[in-house]
Design a protein around this ligand. Structure first.
Ligand SMILES: [Fe+2]
Length: 258
């Protein structure tokens, strides 16, 4: 599998606090079946200073050397969607493996005014925004039509894998599977942080998707689409977005449209 969202670089955000923790995290990713990981340090997050290109370069060099190249690690970032994001488009180290895919993060409680404008600014500049863990945004959970609109605008979505194991409750797991089935999310990733906190879990989520929605989709969101993003290609699996379902009364639900 290919993990397009994990915090691997040491001492830059709330990911590994040391190089030793980074190496341990890489070992755990391998155990889960990951062969390539994108290191996605937080950027434009008010809690941490945004890393410089030199810090990202140095972090990548250090983890590759300490791990002995057993797991391939490429660069990237998890960029908070603020107006400042439009000033970062000439920084290839913040894109998935230096291509045009960028992992962007919304706040967890709201969808800020102007979000569509920012996403339009990104897509117009040739960026392919990947919305990180939309299932962790309360407004998107309440109003999935907003996510549908983001996808129609050319964005893709990435689920955090643990929600498929029920880590956020059975209701959230149901929603995650529904969004996968409706074509609202295109990637599943670990969003791993440290060995003892938000550790990587991907093997079981793969099985959950395979069992519930089929092997093709499991491969698409955990192998093929992530590989396409890393190689800066069009995604191999872009599902048709299911139309919004109208609320149906019991009669139409059971007997069809009247
Ligand atoms: Fe993250």
């Amino acid at each position: 599998m290919i993990d397009i969202h994990c915090h691997i670089l040491p001492a830059l955000d709330d990911g590994p606090r040391s190089l030793e923790e980074s190496v341990r995290l890489l070992e755990m990713l391998r155990t889960e079946g990951v062969t390539l990981a994108v290191a996605t340090t937080h950027v434009l997050d008010h809690r941490y200073p945004s890393p410089t290109a030199a810090q990202i370069d140095e972090g990548l060099r250090a983890v590759r050397e300490a791990d002995g190249g057993k797991l391939e690690v490429v660069g990237g970032a998890e960029v908070r969607l603020t107006p400042d994001i439009l000033d970062l488009l000439d920084r290839p180290e913040l894109f998935v493996n230096g291509g045009r895919y960028m992992l962007v993060e919304l706040p967890s409680t709201l969808i800020p005014v102007g979000t569509e404008n920012l996403l339009f600014g990104l897509t117009s500049a040739g960026v392919k925004p990947i919305i990180a863990h939309p299932e962790r945004n309360r407004m998107l959970l309440k109003h999935p039509e907003r996510l549908r609109e983001f996808v129609r605008m050319g964005c893709t979505g990435q689920l955090d894998a643990p929600c498929l194991m029920g880590s956020g409750g059975s209701e959230l797991k149901r929603t995650a599977l529904k969004w996968l089935g409706e074509g609202l999310v295109h990637f599943v990733a670990s969003d791993a942080h440290r060995p003892g906190w938000r550790a990587p879990l991907l093997a079981e989520p793969y099985e959950v998707i395979r069992r519930e929605l089929g092997e093709d989709l499991a491969r698409a969101v955990l192998i093929d689409n992530p590989r396409a993003a890393v190689e800066n290609q069009e995604l191999s699996h872009i599902p048709e977005v299911a139309p919004e379902r109208r609320r149906r009364g019991w009669f139409t639900a059971w007997f069809g449209a009247s």
